[in-house]
Write a protein that binds this ligand. Structure first.
Ligand code: NAP
Length: 285
């Protein structure tokens, strides 16, 4: 089986359904231009019933793609159809990054890496706490729970409107992860050093919640993985209450870097220029 590098493929994709709002092409094409790499990164709108055909075409090494990113609703199917998944994707049961190696499709999930890299950059020492509170138990929450656990935070409290979904994640990610309904939020915030919003609360046009962050540790940080708007209503509340805050845009930027390295052979840097580029794009659309 040919490797995409052997066939001379120079392109990568992001596949989703729908896909037109993805900012991944902006990010990767910026890096391709910056590093003078002769390649391209394209958005592929692929319906669920056509996803297996895209995977077959990638694997056939028809020379077009070295790999790509996968977004909603294909992340679970990408994991199932890949030939080799690393431990991160294996535990999540979902992949967001694919690459060809010796004729096989390899898969990983870089959301947790992006989450940690963003906090490492903007609030170093964030994981030096015994307790984290994660609001939400959807798809994105999984990668955050896994990453926070793997960075060694002792207790992780997942608080969700539908407690049964939080319980499923507690069962999946082990005894350090505890499940709660929304009514437990105030109690579990007591002494927490990290609060993460992974729900769609606070997105443009979505409803919000009032949260009193005062029970948290003095040097606690509040972060939101929603990045549109950049300062979500939860981040604005936390800032008004004197808390350190970190927005979610850096997670999006950092999660892109490992894939770029797999396809184009160079680990790109996430810097202010890239951040501003995406912010300008968000303001325009
Ligand atoms: P999802 O699977 O649909 O999960 C949504 C979560 O939000 C669930 O826990 C849901 O609770 C909760 N929720 C929704 N509306 C609520 C409300 N009114 N009150 C209380 N809880 C509510 O979504 P997802 O895929 O995890 O994505 C969540 C957000 O993360 C999206 O805005 C996405 O853009 C963002 N994200 C950002 C990045 C990044 O790189 N920064 C990466 C991935 C995702 P129930 O279980 O009770 O329904």
């Amino acid at each position: 089986m040919p490797d995409s590098r052997e066939t001379g493929a120079t392109d990568a994709f992001v596949v989703g359904w729908p896909i037109k709002h993805s900012r991944s092409p902006l990010i990767h094409n910026h890096w391709l231009h910056r590093y003078g790499i002769d390649g391209s990164y394209r958005a592929e709108a692929v319906a669920p019933e056509d996803f297996a055909a895209l995977m077959s075409s990638l694997k056939s090494g028809d020379g077009r793609y070295r790999g790509g990113n996968v977004t909603i609703p294909h992340k679970e199917r990408a994991f199932e159809l890949a030939d080799r998944s690393d431990a991160v994707a294996e535990e999540l049961g979902a992949a967001n990054t694919l690459w060809l190696e010796e004729g096989l499709i390899h898969a990983t999930n870089t959301d947790g890496f992006g989450f940690c890299a963003n906090l490492d950059e903007r609030h170093p020492g964030w994981a030096d706490t015994g307790r984290a509170v994660i609001l939400g138990a959807g798809g994105a929450s999984r990668a955050v729970i896994q990453a926070v656990r793997d960075r060694g935070v002792g207790e992780i409290h997942v608080v969700n409107r539908t407690q049964a979904r939080a319980q499923q994640l507690s069962d999946r990610f082990g005894p350090r992860v505890h499940a709660h309904g929304l009514e437990a939020l105030k109690e579990v915030l007591q002494g927490a050093g990290l609060f993460v919003n992974t729900t769609s609360i606070g997105m443009v046009g979505a409803e919000t919640m009032q949260i009193d962050f005062s029970p948290m540790e003095g040097d606690a940080v509040v972060t939101d993985i929603v990045y549109a708007p950049l300062k979500t209503t939860l981040l604005a509340q936390a800032e008004e209450q004197g808390r350190a805050i970190v927005d979610g845009l850096g997670m999006l930027l950092h999660q892109a870097a490992p894939g770029f390295e797999k396809w184009f052979g160079l680990l790109p840097s996430v810097d202010e220029e890239l951040r501003q580029l995406v912010i300008e794009d968000m303001e325009e659309h």
